[in-house]
Write a protein that binds this ligand. Structure first.
Ligand code: GUN
Ligand code: ZN
Length: 449
């Protein structure tokens, strides 16, 4: 098993202004839904949170323990990103195209490089450096079609002791040769990866048929078998992101009632299904989402970047559907969940919908954890949960500090972080209790010549 290079933290006490959610707040009056502790403390032991409370209440439990004083900054649960593509770290900011051309012209050629274990390993280190630097401590990612890329993704997560979800994509048509598996090889590779990684340390597996266009019906059938055989795993795919994509899908699957009907027919939809984008939905599809508990994933920066459309958060929520939120790197344009909220706020504004900053910060912490069924492990600072913590500084840049001079409430501070913040506002990040920023990072894998 991989050697852990970042050992679990010693016992330590973090002092700062704590914000933690126990339910989704609609706005600041929803005081039952969140705890804000002005002089708060988190006692961390063996990678878990042993106590959360006021400094005065927690400090007697921490006799002789190192205190890390983060005042006046905010302590929140580490951010959770529910949809991103690990092999697209060098695709971000590729000009000019909408979805299908962007895939063909930029993304597919780049993903072919992940056949190399050396390239995969190097990119994995840089991927995790990026997400951690932006305050994200857990993510759900697509790897490339190559088993090597998923190996690199999970190896590096294990080395950092991170709770990460992911899977190799299944794709056997409509892509370059170097990026195709077969129904049988995709099934076999996925079985081997599940056996090796799911539940090992903090890793969890997501069965990952890329989308209907890149899988034959035979492969979809095998994906359905994987979902049936592994109800403990997630399933992730893409849904109704772009009008040309939807039209092509309907050509390829003429017997399906609609786009979501393809996934439904192959048994892919459960409450562990994550459906990236879910923008242009038909009424029947919305009913199926509500009935199955499958989760749409809102990807604001990506949806604007590719000109895909406006996600109807309010409409879906009104039907009892739980929406997750994510960056969708590399069609997304920022690793920052703060910048993701910034663009998400604007997409909702364009539809006359509101995103209060308290609901926004709930969404990227506990909200995404709820969507993953992991709210008792991550996305919270409750005692007994995993010690993934982000430390936020709302005065990180001159523009933020200037605006902060006029801020009077916690909600205002959060909104400034949401609209103006990015990695510069992330002062420190703890993964399983271990401080990530400022520590020299050992490289264990030689960089490819
Ligand atoms: N649909 C299928 N693959 C992808 C991808 O890599 N990115 C986005 N945004 N949509 C997709
Ligand atoms: Zn995606």
């Amino acid at each position: 098993m991989t050697q852990t290079r970042f050992p679990k933290a010693e016992k330590k006490l973090l002092r700062g202004r704590i914000l933690n959610f126990s339910a989704e707040p609609m706005d600041h009056t929803d005081t039952e839904a969140y705890a804000y502790i002005e002089d708060g403390a988190l006692l961390i032991e063996d990678g878990k949170i042993a106590a959360m409370g006021s400094y005065a209440d927690v400090v007697p439990e921490a006799d002789g323990v190192e205190v890390v004083d983060h005042r006046p900054h905010l302590l929140l649960p580490g951010f959770i990103d529910t949809h991103m593509h690990f092999p697209q770290v060098q695709v971000i900011a590729s000009w000019g195209d909408q979805l299908l051309d962007w895939l063909n012209n930029y993304t597919f050629p780049e993903e072919t490089r992940f056949v190399s274990p050396e390239h995969s390993a190097e990119m994995a280190q840089r991927f995790y450096d990026q997400i951690i630097g932006h305050g994200t401590t857990s993510a759900v990612a697509y790897c490339s079609v190559h088993k090597t890329s998923a190996e690199a993704y999970f190896e590096e997560a294990a080395r950092r002791d991170m709770r990460m979800i992911g899977g190799k994509v299944l794709m056997d048509r409509n892509a370059p040769d170097g990026l195709l598996d077969t129904p049988q090889s995709g099934y076999d590779d996925t079985k081997e990866l599940i056996a090796k990684w799911h539940g090992k340390g903090r890793a969890l597996y997501a069965i990952t048929p890329r989308f209907a266009i890149t899988s034959t019906p035979e492969q979809m059938e095998r994906a359905g078998a994987l979902v049936a055989e592994h109800p403990e795993c997630y399933m992730q795919t893409h849904l109704s992101e772009n009008h040309n994509e939807i039209a092509f899908t309907k050509e390829l699957y003429p017997n399906a009632p609609d786009y979501l009907g393809v996934y439904e027919n192959y048994g892919l939809l459960t409450d562990k299904a994550l459906l990236g984008h879910s923008i242009h939905l038909e009424e029947r599809e919305i009913e199926v989402l509500a009935d199955t508990g499958a989760k749409p994933v809102f990807c604001p920066t990506s949806n604007l970047f590719l000109g895909s459309g406006l996600f109807d958060d309010g409409g879906l929520r009104g039907r009892g559907i739980t929406n997750a939120i994510a960056t969708d790197i590399g069609a997304g344009t920022s690793y920052s969940m703060l910048q993701t909220l910034n663009e998400g706020y604007k997409i909702l504004q364009l539809q006359g919908q509101k995103l209060h900053p308290l609901r926004a910060f709930h969404w990227i912490t506990r909200g995404n954890a709820v969507a993953l069924g992991l709210e008792h492990q991550i996305g919270t600072l409750e005692a007994g949960t995993e010690a993934d913590v982000v430390v936020l500084n709302a005065n990180a840049t001159e523009a933020m500090a200037l605006r902060m001079e006029r801020a009077e409430t916690l909600s205002e501070e959060l909104f400034i972080l949401q609209m103006l913040g990015d990695d510069r506002a992330v002062d420190q990040v703890y993964v399983a209790g271990q401080a990530q920023k400022g520590a020299p990072r050992e490289r264990t894998t030689p960089v490819a010549a």
